[in-house]
Ligand binder design. Structure first.
Ligand code: ADP
Ligand code: MG
Length: 360
């Protein structure tokens, strides 16, 4: 499997600060959902609980695990869903409508046709793409809820059941949204557990909370979330200073193969069935709902800068974004403009001259 780069970098001198007189910060990492997940919190935090929950979400929602609910739905065109899978699929379908199909959870046939990370590096021909596109109509997948009577400890009670139905051939793929769900779950859990300072990184999806004392020297409270330079992934274009927030990044640089000098990446334009050719190289979305943040970051890349700006202006979701365009513009929506700091090095970078633009 292709090694993933962590696309957000977090700066904090974690070991020097204590969260109470007794405990210290620690980093806990594990692999799930095709990515390295790192939780930074007090050493007594329930790291294992987070790991188990993430692995459970993967078991439920994976497209490739033959035991998963999504696998069953794809194989049989119908499946009973647990509440988390039903929630994520419903949300994905809703966002698909809201983004006019830029985000499409029924993109599975296209994703498996290209098989970007397989190492095969084969560019499918137009006929194959045409065929795959026939099965990507998200309006042909539905989640139904119903209440059924069941006998429990307290006698007869109404229990909510979820069932998904899909048209023959459709392959649901929650790869662009499930990590956001898992991140949201972990974020809520740590807050509920009373953790006062933490950072959770699910690949390109990050949640931070509290006022890390690491920044005490600069008298700034909060965590610095670094946004990777899509043209040089060893660098960052800048940082966002946050005390409480969820940021999800999708980038064309994340998973790709190269063939005959052309780059083929993993974010597909559902209209063409090919890697998106928009002018956005990477998009970071900040939103209090991790599920929405994850899906919208993928959607904005597909939309490109003009459509993304229009979508932002519609206020369908309460989110903020930073988009890095192919020609080196860093577009920042108004409410996070003041908490973004441009990396001076990136500004003078030889390969790109970045310019910052405020979107309102
Ligand atoms: P990553 O999974 O690398 O963090 P994203 O959140 O952008 O990146 O999700 C990309 C994944 O989502 C792809 O690997 C694929 O499974 C799926 N996907 C690709 N294009 C789309 C799209 N237009 N809409 C919804 N899902 C997509
Ligand atoms: Mg995403």
């Amino acid at each position: 499997m292709k090694k993933l780069f962590c696309i957000l970098m977090l700066f904090s001198a974690l070991v020097v600060c204590s969260c109470s007189d007794v405990y210290r910060y620690t980093d806990y990492s594990f692999f799930a959902m095709d990515t390295v997940i790192t939780v930074t919190a007090c050493e007594n935090a329930d790291f294992e609980g987070i790991e188990q929950a993430a692995k459970q979400t993967e078991r439920l929602m994976s497209r490739t695990d033959s035991q998963s609910e999504i696998y069953k739905l794809n194989a049989e065109n119908t499946a009973s869903l647990s509440q988390p899978t039903a929630y994520v699929l419903e949300k994905a379908l809703e966002i698909s409508v809201a983004t006019d199909g830029a985000f499409n959870p029924c993109i599975g046939t296209v994703v498996s046709l290209w098989d970007i990370t397989s190492g095969k590096n084969i560019v499918p021909d137009d006929e194959e793409i045409e065929q795959a596109l026939k099965y990507t109509d998200a309006s042909k997948t539905d989640v139904k809820n119903r209440f059924v009577a069941e006998y429990g400890t307290y006698g007869k009670q109404a229990v909510e059941k979820f069932e998904a139905v899909s048209e023959e051939g459709i392959q649901v793929d929650l790869g662009g949204i499930a990590k956001g769900y898992s991140l949201q779950q972990a974020y809520e859990k740590l807050k509920q557990d009373g953790e006062e300072n933490f950072c959770i990184s699910f690949g390109g999806n990050v949640a931070v909370y509290g006022t890390s004392e690491a920044n005490a020297k600069s008298k700034q409270k909060g965590w610095r979330v670094g946004i990777t330079n899509p043209f040089d992934t060893e660098e960052i274009v800048g940082t966002l200073l946050l005390e409480d927030g969820i940021v999800s990044v999708s980038g064309k640089y994340e998973r790709f193969f190269e063939k005959d000098g052309k780059k083929y990446h993993h974010i597909f334009d559902p209209k063409t069935g090919k890697p998106s050719q928009s002018d956005i190289e990477s998009a970071a979305v900040m939103c209090s709902d991790g599920v929405v943040a994850d899906a919208l970051s993928t959607a904005l890349v597909v939309m490109g800068s003009e459509r993304a700006k229009e979508f932002y202006g519609k206020n369908l979701y309460d989110f903020q974004y930073i988009a890095v365009t192919t020609d080196g513009k860093i577009l920042i929506s108004q409410e996070i403009y003041d908490i973004f700091t441009l990396n001076e090095q990136a500004k003078n970078s030889n390969n790109k001259k970045f310019t910052v633009e405020k979107i309102s």
